[in-house]
Write a protein that binds this ligand. Structure first.
Ligand code: HEC
Length: 512
């Protein structure tokens, strides 16, 4: 299962179908909004509007509502007729169709039939059955043939394209199949910091081992705060629209970030904490990365991903030392055993795997496969790991081979099972002194347990939505939680008292 979240942010000035804007960050809902917003944006750019009698900034358009809707429909209609004479545009006319109906199966991340409809460049590469189109000849172009006829073969699932849409594809091919993709169409570089209309859902946070810094995921950026007073200390913007995981290095000098743009690329960034500058930004694979962790010496990084792989990267340099392909679903978490020779990975495939960090060899599943592993954390000193599952399980395992399993006992590494949680465990942490574990939950609570006897010692209430991430302070006397409501809270883990809270969204710049 994937924890889809709504996107609450907008970027000033963003509109239209280009990547790196609103249209990509909210999944289905905002993609569906693209066709309507498209002509409005285009009219702003092309200046078509005045001759049609539609001032681009007319009140009715910007206010929306019924009048705005009719307005948009009228604009769509007039727009279509105005464009009939112009050549079909690959980028403006066709990419929204493919994005809605095809890219789910035909992208670099999910390359069914070897066909990639997500970019012109991708489409140019022949699929398993040969070329996708022959410029000038629609009948020899699978791209058209497959979507036309009485019972079109494509899209394989979902509604067939409309007659108008297949006609656009046909005409585009007949007109020579020209590429008019703007040079910066797929860039996700920001020219200005994002503006937040509402607080961002917090996916990830990390506290530096020296206790001075708190890093929190924002949209397209990492928000850095000084502790203990949550003083704003930085906005670190990168190309990843989604920040999935954050980890300070053992010496607190660097922050590693894993994220990416779903179905486009994964990215690891490494930031220099003293200067607030990026030391590295590596694009890796074709989908988001998750669960980043530093080796105990800080000389390597482990990272999981939606492409199921676990990678070990050298720091500095980023050389891929290991690519581990033994998981059969997304790997959401990695962690290193104290001696640095082995790491563990947790995946939606239900396994916590033990991996030889040097050779990349699979050693064993340390657990019985019970439920998708959503989060895990290592004991600070011992070779044991706590993990949380999608069905509410919370268990501590010894992080070693599972070789002694027998028919009677096939779960020999299980050291402790905690009370069942109300819903998927979204995040888990060991206190640095090893005495406590904390779990973040979808019901707006975090819970603190005694690691030794398994009893609950505190419940941290008051989150307005799921608690997606949490971390202890180095002295184990604070827990920081990050939640759906865009707030970071500090609690005393001994009694669950709220100590402080801050909204992570940066203040808006003055209205323009
Ligand atoms: C639900 C998944 C899915 C969707 C959605 C989908 N396809 Fe496919 N497509 C496939 C699969 C699977 C194949 C490979 C079929 C094969 O190898 O026989 C394929 C093959 C193709 C091929 C190559 C066919 C050939 O024989 O040369 C083209 C072209 C194609 N798709 C175009 C599209 C277009 C255009 C859309 C959107 C309108 C689309 N597909 C939507 C799953 C999908």
């Amino acid at each position: 299962m994937r924890f889809d979240r709504t996107c609450f942010v907008g970027i000033a000035g963003a509109c239209g179908p280009s990547e790196g804007t609103l249209s990509e960050c909210g999944g289905k809902a905002s993609e569906a909004a693209t066709p309507l917003s498209l002509p409005r944006c285009r009219s702003l750019q092309s200046g078509v509007a005045p001759s049609e009698g539609f001032p681009p900034h007319s009140e009715s358009a910007s206010r929306g509502g019924p009048a705005g809707f009719l307005f948009a429909v009228a604009l769509l209609a007039s727009f279509a007729s105005a464009r009939a004479a112009e050549p079909v545009s690959w980028f403006k006319d066709l990419t929204p169709i493919f994005k809605r109906s095809c890219n789910g199966c035909h992208s670099p991340a999910k390359n069914k039939g070897g066909v990639d409809t997500s970019t012109f460049e991708g489409l140019l590469k022949p699929g398993k059955h040969g070329v996708n189109f022959v410029a000038g000849d629609p009948t020899k172009s699978p791209l058209f043939v497959e979507v036309s006829g009485k019972e079109p073969a494509m899209p394989k699932e979902g509604d067939a394209l409309s007659a108008a849409e297949t006609a656009l594809i046909e005409r585009w091919i007949r007109e020579g199949a020209h590429d008019d993709t703007p040079a910066d169409a797929y860039s996700t570089k920001l020219s200005a910091p994002p503006e937040y209309d509402a607080p961002p859902v917090i996916n990830a946070l990390s506290v530096s081992p020296d206790g001075k810094w708190l890093a929190v995921s924002g949209y397209h950026e990492v928000l850095v705060f000084g502790l203990p007073d949550f003083r704003r200390a930085g906005r670190w913007m990168g190309e990843s629209t989604r920040i999935e995981s954050l980890a300070f290095s053992p010496d607190s000098m660097r922050l590693a970030v894993a994220g990416g743009v779903p179905a486009r690329f994964g990215e690891v960034q490494v930031w220099d904490v003293a200067t607030g500058k990026a030391d590295a930004a590596w694009k890796i694979g074709a989908d988001s990365l998750y669960g980043i962790s530093w080796s105990p010496k800080g000389d390597r990084l482990g990272v999981g991903g939606a492409d199921k792989a676990v990678r070990v990267l050298a720091w500095p340099g980023g050389k891929e030392l290991v690519k581990f392909d033994n998981h059969s679903d997304w790997t959401l978490q990695t962690a290193w055993l104290p001696n640095g020779n082995r790491l563990v990975s947790g995946s939606r495939d239900r396994a916590v795997k033990l991996i030889d960090a040097a050779s990349g060899q699979f050693i064993d599943d340390i657990n019985k496969l019970i439920e998708p592993v959503t989060c895990l954390a290592l004991h600070p000193k011992e070779e044991s790991v706590v993990y949380g599952g999608a069905e509410g399980g919370l268990r501590i395992y010894r992080a070693k081979e599972n070789q002694d399993r027998t028919a009677g006992n096939n779960d020999v590494n299980l050291a402790r099972e905690f009370e069942r949680q109300p819903g998927a465990v979204l995040s888990v942490a060991f206190s640095p002194d090893g005495a406590r574990i904390a779990a973040g939950l979808p019901n707006g609570e975090a819970r603190v347990y005694d690691a030794a006897d398994g009893k609950r010692v505190a419940t941290l209430p008051g989150h307005d939505g799921a608690v997606f991430c949490l971390a202890f302070s180095p002295d184990s006397k604070r827990i920081y939680t990050g939640s759906f409501d865009g707030q970071v809270r500090a609690f005393d883990p001994a009694d669950g008292k709220l100590i402080g809270t801050t909204s992570v969204a940066p203040p808006r710049t003055a209205a323009k």
